[in-house]
Design a protein around this ligand. Structure first.
Ligand code: UD1
Length: 420
């Protein structure tokens, strides 16, 4: 297992290109299973989770060809197996996203039941109830979700009682090939859902209400091939901005989009950052100042994203003042605070609330990543800590950040990867 070794205290300043979005690339790759012809997906990030999704498509018989720019040609017409096996699903919960598309296109799907993970129990009941409302028969047998439908799925009126990104995506994909009209109420509105809708429309789907919490899908009989470029990664964008803010630095991010992270930019401004933006770039400059602690509460888009909570907790750990961080999406997503406290942070945990009182200086320590965004927070802490921080279990970070150490090196960080 590789480790990252970070010597903190270096000035952070420079320019970085933002990669394509992981959380958009995954559902888009799953949605290719709906088509009757080959498709080209571009701007995919080179990440373990994307590789796992491509492996999943391949193991079902789907043709996958990748060029050197991570433009992927997917030929779903050669599919010959409708199973997402345990070995792949256990490494990536987002494998559940193939359930809706395979079932809608082929009338049968077997997907290993995804378990919980470090950040919480993460059920998929809303995915399954929605598919049942569309006429699917579903049973769970030997750890597998076995779903089938007689003929096409049927359009349905579905109210989701929790806002779920993956649930909305699965049902949206299934509805696009269903017979008749589906209304998805209380749908997630994350930019990645909009990207998936735009992709489905490019394949020939008929969707109204894109970007709102009520999606109306008029099912079509078939979906076609197309070429599509995945949106920029808003969480990678937010992570680099927050790292620069914590380090009192300056960063220029290219190939990104300010509109998809307004809540994050507002909080960074509240922390004292000077932010300027253009059509495809964002610049943050702390002008050498220490950030001010900010309070925040995570909630579904357009509110503050849970995927940025850990990074802001790390920034607050070195900020001036006290900030309260409330996590409302996942029950166990404040676990990184124990590692931050080992680096000298002053964070108290009360239920789902972290009360973070900034300290002048964190101290380096060996720390262990527990999940993807928690590992990003430890890297941020390492960048500003005094001494050499060793971040272990960085396979988590490789699931979501393309070339993290190369990009941070470009900004002047002293960071390197060592095999353990
Ligand atoms: C996606 C993102 C993840 C992000 C999360 C919330 C991907 C690949 N991952 O995860 O990075 O942190 O959205 O923005 O896009 N829930 C249920 N029943 C369900 C489904 C979800 O109760 O059937 C609950 C979950 O336990 C959680 C909440 O709904 O408390 C939100 O989860 P959800 O939006 O589904 O997260 P994911 O799609 O798994």
């Amino acid at each position: 297992m590789d480790k990252l070794i970070i010597t903190g205290g270096r000035a952070i300043s420079g320019e970085v290109r933002i990669s394509g979005s992981k959380n958009s690339g995954l559902p888009i790759l799953a949605a290719t299973l709906l088509a009757d012809a080959p498709l080209h997906i571009c701007n995919l990030p080179h990440l373990n989770d994307i590789t796992t999704m491509l492996a999943l498509l391949r193991c079902m018989g789907v043709g996958v060809t990748i060029d050197e720019k991570m433009c992927v040609e997917v030929d779903p017409t050669s599919i010959n197996d409708f199973t997402a096996p345990y070995d792949l699903v256990k490494t990536m919960r987002a494998s559940i996203l193939v359930l809706g598309p395979i079932l809608a296109r082929h009338g049968v799907a077997n997907v290993s039941f995804p378990g919980g993970c470090a950040i919480g129990s993460r059920p998929v009941d809303i995915h399954l109830r929605g598919l049942e409302a569309m006429g699917a028969e579903i049973e769970v047998d030997e750890g597998y979700i076995r779903a089938k439908s007689k003929g096409r799925l049927k359009g349905a009126h579905i109210f989701m009682d929790t806002v779920t990104v993956g649930g909305t995506e699965n049902l949206l994909m299934a509805a696009s090939l269903a017979d008749g009209k589906t209304i998805l109420e209380n749908a997630a509105r994350e930019p990645e859902i909009v990207d998936l809708c735009n992709f489905l429309v490019a394949m020939g789907a008929n969707i109204e209400g894109i970007g709102s919490d009520t999606l109306t899908v008029y099912g079509v009989e078939k979906l076609n091939g197309c070429t599509y470029s995945v949106m920029p990664d808003r969480i990678e964008t937010g992570t680099f901005l927050t790292a620069a803010a914590a380090a009192r630095g300056r960063v220029m991010l290219k190939d990104t989009d300010q509109h998809m992270l307004e809540a994050v930019l507002l909080k960074l401004e509240e922390a004292g950052a000077h932010i300027s933006t253009g059509p495809d770039w964002i610049e943050l400059d702390m002008k050498g100042n220490r950030p001010k602690a900010v309070s925040l509460k995570t909630a579904p888009y357009p509110a503050f994203p849970t995927d940025m909570q850990a990074q802001f907790t790390a920034m607050n750990a070195v900020a001036e003042g006290t900030g309260t961080v409330i996590e409302t999406i996942f029950e166990n997503r404040l676990i990184q605070i124990h590692e931050l406290n080992r680096m000298g942070a002053n964070i108290k945990l009360e239920g789902n609330t972290a009360i973070v009182t900034g300290v002048e200086q964190l101290k380096a320590a060996p720390v262990m990543a527990s999940d993807l965004r928690a590992s990003a927070s430890l890297v941020i802490a390492g960048l500003v800590a005094d001494g050499q921080t060793v971040v272990d279990r960085i396979y988590h970070i490789d699931r979501g950040y393309e070339c993290i150490e190369e990009k941070l090196q470009l900004l002047g960080a002293n960071i390197r990867r060592v095999p353990s």
